[in-house]
Design a protein around this ligand. Structure first.
Ligand code: FAD
Ligand code: NAD
Ligand code: SF4
Ligand code: FES
Length: 812
């Protein structure tokens, strides 16, 4: 037995910084008796995953990083629910609030931060909380069961993730932000605006430029008052206005403290033998609020404590990625251009993407990505390495062709040092991933995730993990270069449909689970898509999953900028009656409708209906839903036709109304518009519709694939038919063929281009058997549909949960 006395190492704080440093020390074979003292009553858990716990996609058990057994197995003495009050540097003792004292040779302070609570009157009321730990998360989960209106103060990363979580819990959430742009510390105005629009689409409301001066209520919060005198009702208030390092124990112990505990390049504090890592530390004037720097600090400190030669810590270049499903935002380094910067920007309003790269003296110093963040990890690496912009990098990131070389390649595995952290959320280095591939024979991102933890949290490192896999395995990397329907999967639409069929999958959760989604809860790109595919494949047995639909579809109305909704009742073929017009007028007056707009689809749009009034408006209108909010048949525009027009040879109004009534309510991959004209003068503009119909002397001509939107396309002539029956049959077959072969959100204009007109003609016109089968299948699907407004009116529970009073703002 060795007589060498092991050194006593005390770690204050049982969070990621403290424990990841301990893990490194164990890996390096450090010879310490380790005691960990933590204020929280839990073993070390992944704080960043609290956002997913709140959102409901993870449980508290899922996010534990080191369970109780890990401490036992590594012979670590753990004191939980114990607060360190001070360090007696003379007696070399750590003191606690529970009377426990622990002697030490070395101390690591890893006390993290606490949420900043605005010092305004009422901030101590019940229902006002920060979002930092399991206790806060549990409190919010419980509050959501009783209360409905939440205000999140602060539109930074934490505030937005909290807001999304609370929306997922069914609360009406308003983010109250001091500045005019959300995430102003990470994004420029353009990206911030795009983000806000996207989040509004997910049901979050925003009050910008608002300074909270008071929290209202008696014992429990009832609302907020702002500097301009306006008020907001709220029965839960989450403060997410930044954090402050926990320095009380250090201060009391006479350790130099500024904003954080001041450390040098080896994480030493002003007191010998005492170190600080993570959010509580201040290095070269910087306090970090993200996990990547704490892994870098932990590596340096562990080496230093174990006597292993290593580089000093010189600071971190941070990057952020918002962890909200379906919202891809990345920001790293400098992002606001100054005179000395040269800037590359690309904004695509159609794809809703935005890229901005900042360079100083041609060196890449910062970037923002919105919508497509696949280059985030390589950009982050280039910023860190102060890489110069080259033609190849430019073309790689902008997705353009590099003269003579094809698409550029920005990422080079060879240039990446072994100890570079690839997964910032979990501190996984390039070497750990390469080893997992070469030594353990792993071949997929999922296997790497299970083995190393990389990609487990925000998923931002997935592209680089894939690139490493591809680079190490070469041709052996099966999924390289293949685009999945979203970042959660490498499977494309056809593969997902084939798997659903083959495995008999019936719910979105089941699809994501069985097919190995990287985000178990999916995202707003894949969830509605899977939901659509499931319903299309199994129209009779499919169970509606409201949570997988976009907010407008969930509400059966389109949400507007100010939080009110629009109501568009059906007017088959654009024809109405005086009785219906009277009802519309009466309801509009009674419910204070702001504007009644005649739409391009020949019907009336009641704009500015309050959420809680929606069911009453539908009830009193007693008209079918016009589906103006859905991926479904919107309108069938008609001209007057042979009933009245002297040129008309066909009854366009009658046929339009018939088609609209027959095919309404059915889900399509994207919205679907039609038009019927009584003669080739084409007054109802068939050429820009998904299906356009033009009457002629001998019958009808059918056009498909038209679009009048941002990507305008003239419809192609598909065929001519003689009878009304043939017309209805071909329309039904085209619709069902589009339903069965279209990608979710793909308009017929894109579908026709992708499939080829000849393929569609062959499938429908040349094969009567197939046409008949398509028609039979659409008839089955049509038998399942039901008016959604009526459904809500007949369902008290649904009416109560979805349409309660939720308007938050009242002006004083
Ligand atoms: C909801 C949420 C989501 C986040 N998402 C991300 C993300 O996506 N990406 C990212 O990079 N970062 C994210 N962060 C930030 C990240 O979680 C922190 O940067 C990280 O956890 C800091 O680790 P730490 O160990 O330094 O501090 P902490 O995690 O705060 O751990 C410190 C521990 O020390 C304890 N302690 C404090 N004082 C004492 C004392 N006197 N005695 C004993 N124990 C004490 C505390 O109770 C705590 O348990 C998120 C944070 C939150 C709250
Ligand atoms: N995805 C991620 O990386 C992630 C997620 C959650 C939290 N975090 C980290 O957790 C920490 C806390 O996050 P945070 O968002 O609270 O901090 P933050 O400092 O990043 O953002 C706070 C926001 O609150 C706003 N604000 C300040 N005072 C206000 C007031 N009186 N009223 C309204 N708004 C006000 C600020 O303008 C700022 O945008 C940060 O370090 C953050 O990086 C990171
Ligand atoms: S398309 Fe022909 S039938 Fe219809 S309104 Fe115009 S002219 Fe008349
Ligand atoms: S960087 Fe977030 S999971 Fe890897």
């Amino acid at each position: 037995m060795s007589n060498i006395k092991r050194e006593q190492l005390v770690v204050i704080g049982n969070g990621i910084a403290g424990i990841s440093t301990v893990e490194q020390i164990i890996k390096l074979g450090g010879s310490f008796d380790i005691t960990v003292i933590g204020q929280e009553p839990h073993p070390n858990y992944n704080r960043i995953m609290l956002s997913y716990v709140l959102e409901g996609s993870k449980t508290l058990d899922d996010i534990v990083l080191n369970d109780w057994k890990w401490y036992e197995d590594n012979r670590i003495t753990l004191h939980t629910d114990v607060t360190v009050t001070g360090i007696d540097a003379e007696r070399k003792i750590v003191e606690t609030d529970k009377g426990i004292t622990v002697p030490y040779d070395k101390v690591i302070m890893a006390t993290g931060s606490s949420p900043f609570i605005l010092p305004v009157p009422g901030s101590d009321k019940k229902g006002v909380i920060g979002f930092r730990n399991i206790a806060d998360c549990t409190q919010m989960l419980q509050a959501a069961q009783t209360y409905k209106k939440a205000a999140v103060i602060g539109g930074g990363l934490l505030g937005l993730e909290a807001a999304k979580g609370l929306v997922s819990l069914g609360m009406d959430v308003t983010v109250v932000h001091l500045m005019q742009d959300i995430m102003e510390s990470q994004l420029d105005h353009t990206a911030s605006e795009m983000l806000q629009r996207e989040l509004e689409g997910q049901g979050i409301r925003f009050l910008l430029g608002k300074q909270t001066t008071e929290i209202l209520g008696d014992a429990r919060v009832t609302g907020l008052r702002f500097k301009d005198g306006e008020e907001l009702e709220a029965d839960l208030v989450v403060m997410a206005v930044g954090i402050r390092p926990n320095v009380a124990a250090a201060k009391l112990s006479g350790i130099e403290v500024n904003r954080g505990i001041v450390v040098n390049d080896y994480l030493q504090t002003s007191v010998p033998g005492v170190y600080a890592v993570g959010e509580c530390s201040e290095h070269r004037g910087a306090c970090y609020g993200l996990v990547a720097p704490l892994f870098e600090q932990g590596q340096v400190l562990a080496k230093h404590l174990c006597g292993v030669e290593g580089q000093p810590y010189e600071g971190s270049i941070v990057s952020t990625k918002l962890k909200i499903s379906g919202v891809d935002v990345f920001s790293a380094g400098e992002f606001m251009e100054q005179a000395e910067h040269s800037v590359i920007t690309a904004k695509d309003d159609w794809r809703k993407t935005y890229k901005k790269i900042l360079m100083r003296d041609n060196i890449i110093v910062g970037a923002i990505l919105f919508g497509d963040v696949s280059d985030s990890a390589s950009l982050q690496s280039m910023i860190r390495k102060q890489t110069a912009m080259t033609e190849e990098i430019y073309h790689s990131i902008m997705g353009t062709e590099c003269a003579g070389k094809g698409k550029g390649k920005a990422f080079s595995l060879e240039q990446m040092p072994d100890d570079e952290i690839v997964c910032g959320c979990n501190g996984v280095t390039k070497k750990a991933i390469v080893d997992a591939v070469t030594l353990q024979g792993l071949t997929t991102v999922d296997e790497i995730k299970a083995c190393t933890g990389a990609t487990r949290s925000c998923g931002g490192c997935k592209p680089v993990v894939e690139q490493i896999l591809q680079s190490v395995l070469g041709d052996g990397f099966k999924t390289a270069g293949k685009q999945g329907i979203c970042a959660c999967t490498t499977l494309d639409r056809d593969e997902i449909i084939a798997e659903i069929r083959a495995k008999g999958l019936t719910t979105t959760k089941e699809v994501m689970h069985v097919l190995g989604w990287s985000h178990p809860e999916g995202c707003s790109k894949c969830r509605p898509a899977i939901h659509y595919y499931l319903a299309m494949l199994n129209p009779v047995t499919h169970q509606e999953e409201m949570e997988s639909r976009f907010v407008n579809e969930r509400m059966n109305a389109n949400i507007q900028k100010d939080g009110t909704y629009t109501v568009v009742p059906r007017m088959y073929g654009g024809v109405t009656t005086p009785e219906d017009l009277k009802k519309i007028a009466d309801v509009s007056l009674k419910y204070d409708v702001k504007v009644v707009k005649v739409t391009g689809g020949q019907r009336l749009d009641l704009i500015g209906v309050k959420k809680e009034d929606l069911p009453k408006v539908w009830e009193e209108l007693d008209m079918p839903s016009g589906y103006a909010y859905a991926k479904s048949l919107r309108t069938v525009k008609t001209c007057v036709g042979s009933q009245f027009c002297r040129f008309g040879t066909q009854d366009s109004m009658g046929m339009g109304a018939f088609l609209e009534e027959k095919f309404e309510r059915l889900d399509f991959p994207a919205k679907f518009k039609m038009a019927v004209n009584g003669c080739p003068r084409n007054c109802a503009e068939s050429c820009t519709k998904d299906i356009g119909i033009v009457g002629n002397d001998g019958g009808w001509e059918i056009f498909i694939g038209g679009n009048g939107g941002t990507k305008a396309r003239l419809a192609d002539s598909f065929c001519k038919v003689k009878t009304d029956e043939e017309l209805v049959e071909i329309c039904g077959a085209v619709m069902q063929y589009y339903r069965e072969t279209g990608k979710y959100l793909e308009r017929t204009s894109e579908w026709v281009e992708r499939m080829g007109l000849d393929t569609i003609r062959t499938a429908i016109l040349d094969d009567p058997k197939q046409r008949k089968e398509l028609v039979e299948r659409i008839e089955v699907a049509l038998q399942q549909v039901e008016d959604p407004w009526k459904k809500v009116l007949n369902d008290e529970k649904l009416r109560g949960t979805l349409y309660q009073d939720a308007r938050p703002v009242s002006s004083k």
